[in-house]
Write a protein that binds this ligand. Sequence first.
Ligand SMILES: NC(=O)c1ccc[n+]([C@@H]2O[C@H](COP(=O)([O-])OP(=O)(O)OC[C@H]3O[C@@H](n4cnc5c(N)ncnc54)[C@H](OP(=O)(O)O)[C@@H]3O)[C@@H](O)[C@H]2O)c1
Length: 310
Amino acid sequence: MDYTTLGRTGLAVSSMGLGCGGPSRIGQTTGNTEVESVAIIRRALGSGINVIDTAEGYGTEEIIGKAIKDFDRSSLVLSTKKTASERITPRQLEESLEQSLRRLGTEYLDIYYLHGVLPRDYDYLVSEIGPSLQEMRRQGKIRFIGITEMFNDDPQHTMLHRALQDDIWDVMMVGFNMLNQSANAGLFTATTEKNIGIVVMFAVRMAFSRPDRLRQIIEDLIEKKQVDPQDINLGDPLSFLVHDGGAINLTDAAYRFCRYEPGTQVILSGTGNPAHLDENIASFSRPPLPSDDLIKLKSIFQNVDSVTGQ
Ligand SMILES: NC(=O)c1ccc[n+]([C@@H]2O[C@H](COP(=O)([O-])OP(=O)(O)OC[C@H]3O[C@@H](n4cnc5c(N)ncnc54)[C@H](OP(=O)(O)O)[C@@H]3O)[C@@H](O)[C@H]2O)c1
């Protein structure tokens, strides 16, 4: 596993982070027992991953608490999130933080995010909740302040572009993948200039783990005229990526694509399957995709900003 610095936080972070939400919730939605989910987290930590991401809404904080209790806390970069889509109050935020800390069995969080912020809620949240987040930091309960977008409703990153105007955010969690590369049209340049840490979500999601879903999404993009059908083999749209010297399979391509995108630091990977975890760790040790494949990917999907890969 290799490590980098997460923007202005200065945190040393593994390029792969374990996402404990998403479709799998470390296996809690796919049939894992709690013991099996604990084992996934420990396996990730044992492989050198030090970034563990969750949210109060995922139902995985307590499992993480059990998994990390024998690890040196200072070696971990632990993040959780407060659901922020409704008009939460500072009091609700404070109560949520205390509950998250208790469930995770820790005295502090490395990053505390406002979770899934919609453009229409942003101004309220920054003025009413922003000061509480800063107070929590002064108290030492959180080290850095983050914000995540509601990618499914805001695939063009409207909220994060707005958030760039304020100096409060140390870290942004952004939807980015081979299909929707729109964050590289300005957002990553601006976050790099401001030294804001970037954590990527949605690298694989459904699009690159379920072939039928990928075909469906591409058909939809052709209908919206965001993809030219002449550029793509509809039967197996991204097969050109898998070859000797290229990607092993589509999930491998998806993680490697995000991992080497300039301006990104941590790519989250979510799984409840130990074999997938090992495969994904191996993907992070491989080099960038061949430049001809990258050029083709960028040219096919350059106009896409309407899908998330869900
Ligand atoms: N707005 C937000 O703040 C927000 C929204 C969404 C997600 N997130 C965060 O981002 C994290 C990452 O998102 P994600 O969990 O959707 O991760 P992801 O890595 O993009 O996709 C996970 C999906 O891919 C499958 N998968 C993973 N590795 C695979 C492999 N090698 N082969 C085949 N299938 C594979 C998983 O199923 P298996 O379990 O079968 O492997 C799961 O269905 C989340 O866990 C969460 O922490 C944040």
